[in-house]
Ligand binder design. Structure first.
Ligand SMILES: Cc1cc2nc3c(=O)[nH]c(=O)nc-3n(C[C@H](O)[C@H](O)[C@H](O)COP(=O)(O)OP(=O)(O)OC[C@H]3O[C@@H](n4cnc5c(N)ncnc54)[C@H](O)[C@@H]3O)c2cc1C
Length: 377
């Protein structure tokens, strides 16, 4: 039966779900975004594993302009002094249809908004009040408009405000005592890397990731640094203490504009207490970026909800939470483990880790278990 759905939040999760509903069903839906426009900030890159590419291809991502994406085949792992430790072949998880892909987040959002923008997206919408009317949910927005829907899909990110309207139990995200810094690279010459690959540089209390985001091989660079407090005005000092003390050659790079944001994670994964309300993407659970699966999981969760909706199985006895929980736990444990081992401080632990890494990346069984499970191979 035709249902009416409200999707709250026009990020990767909300827009993916909207595209799937539009393409494959005749349900009515609207995406409600709190901001006045979509965030299309240039330069911020995103990696998509084959698990999410397979889903995106169902909404024609395979037709995207290939100049705007890159498909790296290898991760080169270095120490922060740029000395190579080993490399990991990513292409073994690829299929002819679905390849590991890197691109700008804005390219992905542009792609996802295309079919939705004019008829199914409303800006400047923040929920003011919710109530239940018969078998439906009435949402009132703070601009005094409202919508009466069968289902609410909350895709409003890790700080999901929608939760506060439907849940008594709080699940506040916690600061991971680390920050991410994105640096626009004017010159790549400070690094001795293969620009066709993903470069991962492991340092004490820090790591750096670089990868091409399009065919022009423009590079995205993100540096994760551990710190007790998030003090955006103190970033240059942090860079000096954490990164430049380990590798002074990177000084010029960090003189460029640096954009920072704090890293948060959701401590618990709590089910929705309302049978009409479902959480997807970071609103379901926020992951650390150390497995590059946040967007991938947003896409997967949107796909899982879409499948249940399309098969009319979103009723009382659906298994969305159990399936998503199982998957989120796999991704979360690997992301947390990576975060832990990437940042060893002691030289002995670093050397041991590097030995293990060299050994393990060549072991088919290990790689298949560790990453194959993530990429669903
Ligand atoms: C340093 C870093 C690097 C990362 N790298 C990768 C990577 O390489 N690969 C990867 O897969 N993931 C990566 N991620 C994670 C990824 O960016 C996120 O997991 C993903 O964007 C989450 O998508 P989302 O749609 O759930 O939420 P969001 O992108 O947060 O979107 C939420 C949307 O909801 C809107 N909204 C918020 N509140 C409300 C409200 N009250 N009402 C209406 N709308 C609202 C917001 O404005 C926004 O548009 C990275 C994250 C970080 C921090």
């Amino acid at each position: 039966m035709k249902k009416k759905c409200a999707i709250i939040g026009a990020g990767i999760a909300g827009l993916t779900l909207a595209n799937l509903i539009k393409k494959y069903t005749d349900h009515e839906f609207m995406v409600y975004e709190k901001d006045d426009s979509l965030s299309l900030e240039e330069g911020y890159g995103i990696q998509l594993g084959t698990n999410s590419i397979k889903i995106l291809n169902q909404i024609s991502f395979d037709k995207i302009n290939k100049e705007k994406i890159f498909q790296p085949k290898t991760i080169d792992i270095y120490n922060i002094q740029n000395e190579k430790i080993c490399d990991l072949n990513l292409s073994k998880f690829n299929s002819p249809e679905a390849k590991y892909t890197t691109l700008q987040r804005s390219t992905l959002i542009e792609f996802l908004k295309e079919e939705i923008y004019t008829q199914h997206l409303r800006f400047g919408k923040k929920i003011k009040e919710v109530s239940e009317l018969k078998d439906k949910v009435l949402i009132k927005f703070d601009d005094n408009t409202n919508d009466l829907v069968d289902f609410v899909f909350a895709a409003d990110g890790i700080f999901s405000n929608t939760r506060s309207f439907f849940e008594i139990k709080k699940n506040e995200p916690r600061f991971k005592k680390a920050i991410a810094a994105r640096i626009i690279l004017n010159s790549k010459s400070e690094f001795d890397i293969n620009e066709e690959n993903i470069s991962l540089m492991l340092g004490s209390n820090s790591h750096i990731v670089l990868y091409p985001i399009n065919k022009k091989k423009e590079l995205n660079m993100v540096c994760i640094m551990r710190c007790k407090k998030y003090e955006p005005d103190n970033v240059k000092h942090l860079v000096q203490e954490i990164i430049l003390k380990q590798n002074p050659k990177l000084k010029n790079i960090f003189e460029n504009e640096i954009k920072t944001w704090p890293l948060y994670f959701t401590p618990k994964i709590i089910p929705s207490s309302n049978k009409k309300v479902f959480y997807i993407g970071d609103a379901f659970n926020g992951f650390l970026p150390t497995l590059a699966q946040g967007a991938g999981q947003s896409i997967e969760s949107a796909f899982e909800i879409f499948n249940l909706l399309a098969k009319d199985k979103l009723g009382k006895e659906n298994n969305y939470f159990e399936i998503r929980l199982k998957r989120a736990k796999i991704i979360r444990s690997r992301s947390n483990f990576n975060f832990f081992v990437f940042h060893f401080k002691s030289k002995i632990m670093q050397n041991l880790r590097n030995l293990f890494l060299k050994f393990l990346v060549k072991r088919k069984f290990f790689v298949k278990r560790y990453l194959g499970k993530v990429y669903k191979n």
